[in-house]
Structure formats: structure tokens, C-alpha cells
Design a protein around this ligand. Structure first.
Ligand SMILES: [Fe+2]
Length: 380
């Protein structure tokens, strides 16, 4: 049995106007301070006809459980019938967690795909609308949340189908002026979602065409989007959501396992961290009969003779949008060697490892990190 879980999606020019007809009475907006200051909340409020609006703008990058609990307190006090997330992945993740914890007393660690939240009394008192302001995380469509437990220094990966937003408003007005560096890193995240979703052993009839469409669109538009071309940015914004639908329903693999580990240890933004490992992991997959098939199939569908052609194109694109293709461009050798054991352990423990078409053992993970640090070919 397979599920395909997705929100309603409004997209294209003027998508934000869809908020005019929704009829919610008490809306809690979850965002961050910078977006609030930049007027993004005001832009949404122009269309929102709610009687009462409360704004929680304290979400930080890599959001903490403490911040989430503050948002939950605000929600319990205010009793919204709708929560609207305006922001990137961090904001949307906090909003998803807030919606669940607002209503039921549950330990966040218990929010897993295997628990029936309705048995805890969950009735969905508030609907959740996500409005992404970057083009990459796909969080507007997914039912997972990454929240950091600062006290215990670990990331909580909360996930449950009930967390999927009710509606995603994919309106490119928020990304046409995005800084080029964010366009590059978030776009690379979307490309990793699309590629990993396609080659995942959990890929299926619903996710494959979405993953392919997203990969095609990102490859054709990421450089133009980086240069600031408006039409390309609009296409990237939709492609990121399509990639989100694909990976949310078929999972990601070793690229994300290594990216999560590397990003957490060295505080590297997610899109940069996952993009860095993309060429190396694809090469690793091409070296084994168990994983070569889907990579070849995807490459051919994208117009390359074989997987190596796709890797070469990805590396060219990364150069052109000024993203690092070796970890030594980001950290020094001493730092890398001192943390290599932790990097390997975290990647092995990452849930994305098990949904990968080829699963590295400890020695292979170590070599993969070394190849990506020094820029070496992966020959195993
Ligand atoms: Fe990602």
C-alpha cells in the first residue's frame, strides 16, 4: 500500500488573491522578524479578510523546540481557526508543529508517521496554509518537520500525514527579488529533492513524473534565475513545490543524509550542503549494479547519454551559480579530519540513508566524505 499526500495548491500570478475568499475568523501568522520587517506579512494581510489576526514572528533559522513551544503558547491563547506560515522551510516547519501541539498534549518525539494523532484527540481545529518565500525546501507540501532540541543538542525529525498543510500558496512575488546566493542554494536543494525522489527505491507512479518535471525545470532555469531573470524565477518557484510533492511521497537518500550531517556539524546552509554532495553520490550510485539503473534512466530522460553527462552538467551549473563543489572551499582540513567520525556517524543514523538506492557502510561513508572534501573521483 502506498500513499500520495498533498495539499491543495494555488500557484501562478496573483495566487495570493485566493486568500480573499477563505472566510477564516481568527488567523495566526507564523513568520520570522526579517520577513515581517520587509513587508511580506503586510502583503498577505492585503488579501486576508480575517476578523482577528495574531502574528508570531520569532522563528529563527534551524528553529528550536523552545521557539515552537512559544508559538504553541500564542496559539493556545489566541485559538486560531487558521495558521498561515509565511517564510522558508524553518517557518513552515514550526507552523506545522505548532498546529499539532496547539491542539493536543503530545511529546514532540511521539509525532511519527506511525502514530494516529486522532487517538490523542486531534481534530484539526485550525487549517494550515503555507506561503513559501524561497524556492527550494518544498516544505509547503510536506508532512515532515525538522525542529532542534537545543538542550539535548539534537534534531527532532517530526513527521505525520496529519501535518500536511491544507493549502500551499505558491506566488512568485516573494522570490523575484531574492538575493542570487539564496536562489542558487535553494534551487540546488530543489534539484537534490527531484533527483533523489526519482531514484529512490520508494519512487512510484505518482512521484516519478513530478520528480522528472522538477529536475528538468531546475536544470533549465537555475542559472537564469541566479542572474535575476523573472520568468526563470517563477518557473523555479513552481518547480520547487513540484519537487516537494515528489520527495515528500518517495523520500530522499544519501545526498540528504550527508548534507544534513555536514550542515549540522559545520553550520552550512542546507541547500549548499546537499548540493555539495550531489555529484559524488551520483557517481557512487553509478558504480554499483544495484543503483545504476534509475540514475541512468533519469539521465537519459533529461537528455544526457549516461549518468556521467548529468554529473558534468550539475558541476558546470554549480560553478556558474557560484556554489562550492568541494568541501575544502568551505572548511579547512583540520576541522574536517577532527569531525570526520561525527560526520560519518550522523549520516549513518540519518533516516534518509535507509531510503537510498545504495546504502553506504561506515567505510564507504568515510570515503564519500573524503572525496567530497578533496574533490576526488568516487571509484568504489
Ligand atoms: Fe532538502
Amino acid at each position: 500500500m502506498w500513499w500520495f499526500v498533498a495539499p491543495k495548491i494555488v500557484f501562478g500570478d496573483d495566487a495570493l488573491e485566493s486568500l480573499e475568499d477563505l472566510g477564516y475568523k481568527r488567523v495566526l501568522i507564523v513568520t520570522d522578524e526579517i520577513l515581517h520587517t520587509l513587508g511580506y506579512v503586510d502583503e498577505v494581510l492585503k488579501y486576508l479578510k480575517a476578523e482577528n489576526v495574531e502574528i508570531f514572528d520569532q522563528v529563527e533559522p534551524e528553529p528550536s523546540l523552545e521557539t515552537t513551544k512559544k508559538a504553541v503558547e500564542v496559539a493556545r491563547e489566541f485559538q486560531p481557526d487558521c495558521i498561515i506560515a509565511i517564510g522558508g522551510g524553518s517557518v513552515m516547519d514550526v507552523a506545522k508543529a505548532t498546529r499539532i501541539l496547539y491542539e493536543i498534549d503530545i511529546d514532540p518525539e511521539q509525532v511519527t508517521p506511525f502514530v494516529n494523532l486522532r487517538e490523542f484527540g486531534y481534530q484539526k481545529k485550525a487549517e494550515l496554509i503555507t506561503i513559501p518565500t524561497t524556492s527550494g525546501t518544498g516544505s509547503e507540501t510536506t508532512w515532515a518537520m525538522v525542529i532542534t532540541d537545543v538542550k539535548r543538542r539534537q534534531k527532532l525529525l517530526m513527521a505525520n500525514r496529519e501535518a500536511v498543510p491544507d493549502m500551499a500558496v505558491v506566488d512568485a512575488r516573494f522570490v523575484v527579488r531574492m538575493p542570487p546566493s539564496i536562489t542558487a542554494s535553494s534551487g540546488m536543494d530543489a534539484l537534490c529533492h527531484a533527483i533523489e525522489a526519482y531514484i529512490s527505491p520508494w519512487g512510484n507512479e505518482f512521484t516519478e513524473p513530478l520528480a522528472l518535471k522538477a529536475a528538468e525545470t531546475v536544470l533549465a532555469n537555475i542559472a537564469k534565475s541566479f542572474e535575476g531573470e523573472e520568468e526563470a524565477r517563477k518557473k523555479m518557484h513552481v518547480a520547487a513545490t513540484i519537487a516537494g510533492l515528489a520527495f515528500s511521497n518517495s523520500q530522499v537518500g544519501v545526498i540528504h543524509a550527508m548534507g544534513h550531517s555536514f550542515g549540522a556539524v559545520f553550520k552550512i546552509p542546507h541547500g549548499i550542503a546537499v548540493g555539495l554532495f550531489l555529484p559524488y553520490v551520483l557517481e557512487y550510485y553509478l558504480n554499483s549494479d544495484e543503483s545504476i539503473g534509475k540514475v541512468r534512466e533519469l539521465s537519459r530522460k533529461l537528455g544526457f547519454d549516461d549518468g556521467r553527462g548529468l554529473i558534468a552538467e550539475v558541476v558546470n551549473l554549480m560553478d556558474s551559480i557560484k556554489l562550492p563543489t568541494k568541501a575544502m572551499e568551505l572548511i579547512n582540513e583540520k576541522e574536517f579530519q577532527e569531525n570526520l567520525d561525527i560526520l560519518v556517524r550522523h549520516a549513518m543514523e540519518d533516516s534518509s540513508t535507509v531510503t537510498s538506492p545504495r546504502i553506504p557502510d561506515e567505510a564507504e561513508y568515510r570515503k564519500l566524505f573524503e572525496c567530497a572534501f578533496y574533490g576526488r573521483r568516487v571509484d568504489f
